[in-house]
Design a protein around this ligand. Structure first.
Ligand SMILES: C[S@@+](CC[C@H](N)C(=O)[O-])C[C@H]1O[C@@H](n2cnc3c(N)ncnc32)[C@H](O)[C@@H]1O
Length: 203
């Protein structure tokens, strides 16, 4: 569903203040101070701008022009210059092995073919590069997972969001190895996944 950038910021104002900003801080603590080139996937309205590390060449893509337009207005929140690009994660307009770091926050619940999206991330990552995904997904507890599976078609119909994505599995199916999974909620619905491209591998 295209809520537009303005609506996105309005609807997420309180969740962002209460919870999401804490999760973002956790993600950026792990990212630390990388050098080289960093790519953000699904930048939305630029909620990660204040966390971008200095001394890094930053590119940020989104498939939705209205989100990008809102992000463009907030570029002054970024501590370092950012190149904003209209692009689909399933077909990234970047050369192979051209980024040191890739991050995405709350994106893969929307992407139609998440495995293809992760394949593209693996393609553009340098062999020694690292990807960080902060995502909501299927709970870790089997009973709750079954409930999310049943609810998913209704939620998707209502807001265009999948609540039962097997994001860890999808990352691995796309040819990346998971180095760490850090659950940020007790049921694992929100997790931080740190992954690296498989050596010389294709999925
Ligand atoms: C829930 S918002 C999250 C925005 C931002 N990452 C954040 O943390 O606030 C999901 C974002 O992913 C973008 N998105 C969805 N599918 C995409 C795709 N295939 N390629 C690139 N961006 C996509 C949407 O347009 C939207 O801006």
């Amino acid at each position: 569903m295209d809520w537009g950038g303005r609506w996105y910021d309005f609807l997420l104002y309180l969740p962002e203040r209460w919870l999401m900003s804490k999760w973002r801080k956790a993600l950026w603590r792990f990212v630390g101070r990388p050098t080289g080139r960093l790519l953000e996937i699904g930048v939305g309205t630029g909620k990660n701008f204040p966390f971008y590390p200095p001394n890094t060449e930053i590119w940020a893509v989104d498939i939705n022009p209205s989100m990008l337009a809102r992000a463009r207005k907030k570029l002054s929140n970024a501590t370092t210059p950012v190149q904003l690009v209209l692009a689909d994660v399933e077909a990234l307009p970047f050369a192979d092995k051209s980024f040191d770091t890739v991050i995405a926050t709350f994106v893969f619940c929307n992407v139609p073919n998440p495995i293809q999206g992760f394949r593209e991330i693996r393609r553009v990552l340098k062999p020694e590069g690292t990807a960080y995904f902060l995502e909501h997904m299927i709970p870790m507890t089997p009973r709750k997972a079954r409930f999310f599976d049943r609810l998913d078609p209704w939620v998707y119909k209502a807001i265009g969001d999948h609540i039962n994505r097997r994001t860890d599995q999808n990352v691995e199916l796309a040819g990346m190895s998971i180095h760490r999974v850090i659950p940020l909620t007790s049921d694992g619905v929100v997790r931080l996944i740190i992954a690296k491209p498989n050596k010389g591998g294709t999925s």
